[in-house]
Design a protein around this ligand. Structure first.
Ligand code: NAG
Ligand code: NAG
Ligand code: NAG
Ligand code: NAG
Length: 349
């Protein structure tokens, strides 16, 4: 081996070493699954992503605010194209109030009149349905459910979400208003707003523990924010109300989610490292919940809190979309999915 090629080899392995090293470092200090590629991919999306929206055959509405905001933002965005030939993905709009039979009719009509569905049997299409669709026997609905990307509201009813294909919208926060601390010092290990479900096992187990602040509903919004900002963990029961999870992150309250099975429809699951911003506790060990939280409290908690606050910008919904907010992060997820569903005849970007 010549000296030249030997030193080249050294250089290469040094390069690989520093590369791996900096990759590890950025992973420890980033809430992202791919900290080094998210920004360039996001930029590419802003520059290139094109969506074609089918014209609905009748007036329609979405009945959740997250869906309505997403749709309005999409329509007013530079992503929309009227030239279907340059579109990466196709959006199929239909009302939240349609029966599955009517949805099947909508799909059949688009299939017959527009050539794009048949090219991929719907795989480069997406649709909004807050509750998600279940399995049906109708051919059109099977293609819609199995091939098209579904955007539902988090949490999505059991069975209505296909991991790695579907996307969930984060819930709207109760208020975007900034938080002005009121100098209260009361601080709790864990805060739990149970929203009225007093029969919950959790409430029964924890209600007398002074480390837990448990209430049905805080008296006002400021108090609620105060609770989030001064508690170390915020408890959520998967299956009950988890709508405050984005707000908890924003106020530095590390979400502790009680769940009896792995959650497959978390918002931005393929973007964020959920394990680094939230604690997941199996339902069976509620008695040990406190030990889990106390064990996490300390350096680990501080790290999670910081990463959670950083990640929280993705959970914010805006009337006018802002960089990296909920709308743009869902668009980013769609953009990343166009690879898996690209069909061979189309030229690539
Ligand atoms: C669904 O909503 C649209 C728009 O609000 C309305 O025009 C339509 O009649 C509704 N359809 C049903 C089946 O309720
Ligand atoms: C939205 O529509 C679904 C299905 O029609 C219904 O179950 C749900 O209650 C509606 N939600 C609202 C907020 O109107
Ligand atoms: C797409 O395929 C269906 C049968 O699967 C057919 O009925 C329909 O006419 C086709 N659409 C177009 C535009 O050719
Ligand atoms: C909170 O305390 C700081 C100083 O400790 C004070 O400047 C500020 O006015 C207080 N805010 C309220 C809302 O009492």
């Amino acid at each position: 081996m010549s000296t030249a090629s030997f030193s080249l080899l050294l250089c290469l392995s040094f390069f690989t070493y520093t590369n791996v090293h900096s990759k590890l470092l950025s992973q420890l200090t980033s809430p992202y699954l791919s900290p080094t590629t998210i920004i360039p991919h996001y930029q590419n999306m802003l520059e290139a992503f094109k969506i074609f929206i089918y014209t609905p055959d009748e007036a329609f509405t979405f009945n959740s605010s997250a869906e309505s905001l997403f749709y309005a933002s999409l329509q007013n965005s530079p992503f929309v194209t009227h030239d279907a030939e340059e579109a990466h993905l196709f959006f199929v709009p239909f009302s939240s109030n349609l029966s599955t039979r009517s949805i099947a009719r909508v799909i059949r009509r688009f299939k017959e009149t527009i050539p794009y569905w048949n090219r991929t049997l719907g795989a480069d299409h997406f649709y909004l349905s807050c509750a998600g669709l279940g399995y049906e026997s109708d051919r059109n609905l099977v293609e819609l459910k199995k091939n098209a990307v579904q955007i539902s509201c988090f949490p999505t009813p059991d069975g209505n979400f296909i991991p790695h294909k579907d996307i969930s919208l984060p819930p709207l926060a109760s208020s975007q208003a900034p938080y002005a601390p009121a100098n209260k010092t009361a601080s709790f290990l864990c805060y739990f707003r149970h929203g009225g479900i007093k029969e919950s096992i959790l409430v029964k187990e924890l209600v007398n523990d002074p480390d837990f602040l448990i209430e049905s509903q805080p008296s006002d919004l400021l108090t609620y924010k105060e609770r989030l900002a001064t508690s170390k963990f915020c408890l959520f029961e998967y299956g009950a109300d988890v709508s405050g999870i984005g707000e908890a992150l924003r106020f530095g309250c590390v979400p502790a989610v009680i769940t009896d099975h792995p959650i497959k429809d978390l918002p931005f699951m393929d973007v964020l490292r959920w394990q680094e911003i939230a604690v997941f506790v199996p339902l069976g060990v509620v008695k040990e919940l406190k030990h889990v939280l106390v064990r996490t409290y300390g350096d680990r908690h501080e790290q999670m809190r910081k990463l959670g606050v950083e990640a929280s910008k993705h959970f914010v919904w805006n009337e006018l979309p802002q960089p990296f907010d909920s709308f743009h992060t869902v668009m980013y997820q769609l953009w990343r999915r166009r690879y898996t569903i690209r069909y061979p005849r189309r030229s690539t970007v």
